[in-house]
Write a protein that binds this ligand. Structure first.
Ligand code: SF4
Length: 436
């Protein structure tokens, strides 16, 4: 039986795409191979949001070229955001790649593998709901992005927004729950724009309401929001639907209004802060995370300081910070020289990371002694791990729960990045309370 290995880098959308391609290949009769070097079919699922992710993928493709010389029968496929509409340059650089496929377009890969292995491809692309999903799993609901922020390559690679029909998504979530899933994260580059292109029109709140009805599902998350599209209806749905977790990822990207305009984000820092206040006023227990770019072309020290001020004002639970990385083909790469030096970008990143580390230490320290519902969703080095509704990572000691259980446990220790919970400590406290 031929074997396959899908290698993945990048965002949750890529992870979800890879899980669906796994299923297609298994339906054809291929067996999963853990070691990339031993697989007959290798698929490299790429990301080009930052230079470092692109370099990792191109480095791997270079190494795979050498193995192809030793084993010319091996099929090498590339998919994901590296693959744009024009692939001529990629084909020149990596002539050993057998097939190129744009994000979510599995068909060229499946057809090439079918032709090379002689396996039938019939029925292998229909209904791609993962058969062995994780307890907490991702469900792409809208592909592409219409925003065209000047630094971002995504709209050029994933295309315009295309929402999946509401019924199809509810069916998929129902099937996933039947296969053991307890939590779904509804995914989109701009998840808040879900449904504007559907007939009849719908929105994320409509979808959350319907997914909420799926019996056996415990938690609903959604990722990634845009400050301009996060409507009152969506915020109220988070508040009113018990399965929707009180956690919002709302990227601000820069704290200075000139930089925000250059990025074409479509809001000012004041408008962003108004949205934060609206969310917090409606959902007081909400946890907030964000994305931030430092060293955007022309960003002065004073403009960078505006980002720092905003972080201090909001006190996010987590920040995904990144140094500006010029992406060929974007508006910024054509019109805005990358003026901030690499060292200066690093210094700004360190400033942000140090500040966030302090803020997160303070926020998480306040959680010690409190109890939370933790959905156990995995294991790291022999220890169970799970997440609170607010998406805090918790390591659990004291045994007991199984994967997929939700347990109410007290937090015993905290770091900026995770929490510790001890089931024995919680149980003995409860025993003590009963005796009293
Ligand atoms: S909203 Fe902006 S940053 Fe996000 S995917 Fe769309 S273009 Fe890129």
């Amino acid at each position: 039986m031929p074997s396959y290995h899908v290698w993945t880098v990048g965002c949750q959308m890529n992870v979800a795409d890879s899980q669906r391609l796994d299923l297609s290949l298994e339906r054809m009769g291929l067996a999963r191979e853990e070691k990339i070097e031993d697989a007959d079919v290798v698929v490299v699922n790429t990301c080009v949001v930052r230079q470092s992710a692109e370099d990792t993928a191109t480095g791997l493709l270079g190494r795979l070229g050498k193995t192809k010389l030793e084993d010319p029968e091996r099929v090498i496929a590339v998919m994901g955001c590296m693959v744009g509409p024009d692939q001529s340059d990629l084909r020149r650089r990596f002539p050993h790649v057998d097939v190129w496929a744009r994000p979510q377009e599995f068909q060229p890969i499946v057809e090439t593998v079918g032709a090379r292995t002689g396996l039938s491809i019939e029925g292998c692309l229909a209904n791609l709901t993962p058969e062995r999903p994780d307890v907490a799993t991702f469900v792409p609901i809208v592909h592409g992005c219409d925003k065209f922020c000047t630094f971002c390559i995504i709209p050029y690679r994933r295309g315009r927004e295309m929402s999946r029909p509401l019924d199809e998504l509810v069916d998929e979530v129902t099937r996933l729950v039947g296969r053991g899933v307890k939590e779904v994260t509804l995914l989109g580059q701009n998840v808040d724009s879900y449904g504007h292109d559907l007939e009849p029109r719908a929105d994320l709140a409509d979808l959350m309401e319907q997914v909420h009805e799926v019996s056996g599902l415990e938690r609903i998350r959604f990722l990634t929001s845009h400050p301009n599209d996060m409507s009152r209806r969506i915020i109220h749905a988070i508040r009113d639907l018990p399965k929707v977790c009180e956690n919002v990822n709302l990227p601000f990207q820069a704290g200075d209004d000139r930089i925000l305009a250059q990025m074409r984000r479509g809001y000012t820092s004041g408008q962003f802060l108004d949205r934060i206040d609206q969310i917090r006023d409606t959902i007081p227990e909400v946890t907030l995370t964000t994305d931030l770019i430092v060293g955007f072309p022309g960003e002065t020290e004073a403009e960078f300081e505006q980002s720092v001020r905003l972080l201090e004002r909001v006190r996010f639970d987590k920040v995904h910070s990144a140094a500006y990385s010029e992406r060929n083909g974007t508006y910024a790469s054509r019109r805005m020289p990358d003026t901030v030096s690499r060292d200066e970008k690093k210094r700004r990143l360190r400033t942000v990371d140090d500040l966030q580390s302090r803020i997160q230490s303070e926020i998480n320290a306040d959680l010690v002694g409190q109890e939370f519902d933790i959905l156990v969703d995995g294991e790291t080095r022999g220890r169970l791990r799970g997440r609170t509704r607010g998406d805090k990572l918790v390591y659990i000691t004291g045994g007991g729960p199984a994967l997929g259980d939700t347990v109410r446990i007290g937090i015993t220790a905290a770091s900026p990045w995770s929490l510790e919970a001890d089931l024995r400590a919680t149980q003995s406290q409860k025993e003590l309370a009963k005796i009293k």
